[in-house]
Write a protein that binds this ligand. Structure first.
Ligand code: SF4
Ligand code: SF4
Length: 109
């Protein structure tokens, strides 16, 4: 039997298939690492149903496939270093970032 196409409707599905919710219209956002002061404020403002921001080693990172573009993290950032990720489909983020969701380091579970 043919598998239904993954739609990314839930966070677990997005994590399993590394896919964005097909219904999300907004661009994901990204952190400019050269400007980020690693304060973790954004991480606490990302709604858990999205749960897109992680500590990854010394960095704070956003997985675009988990980010709805709701912009709730933007006002939390003291240095305004979160930007629209305009070319996210062409610019892969490091694959190791996927080690974080559902790990002991996942702040949203
Ligand atoms: S835009 Fe929304 S979903 Fe994306 S990282 Fe910020 S708070 Fe999370
Ligand atoms: S709130 Fe801004 S400075 Fe702080 S960790 Fe997030 S992106 Fe970096």
């Amino acid at each position: 039997m043919e598998q239904p196409l993954a739609t990314g409707a839930t966070r677990p599905e997005r994590i399993e298939h590394h896919t964005r919710n097909a219904k999300w219209k907004n661009l994901p956002v990204r952190i400019e690492m050269l400007e980020c002061i690693n304060c973790d404020a954004c991480l606490r403002h990302c709604p858990p149903q999205f749960g897109a921001i992680f500590n990854h080693g010394p960095d704070v990172v956003i997985l675009p496939e988990l980010c709805s573009g709701c912009d709730k993290c933007l006002p939390a950032c003291p240095v305004n270093c979160i930007y629209p990720f305009t070319d996210w489909e062409q610019r892969d983020v490091p694959f190791e970032w996927w080690d974080e969701p559902l790990s002991d380091n996942d702040p949203y579970i």
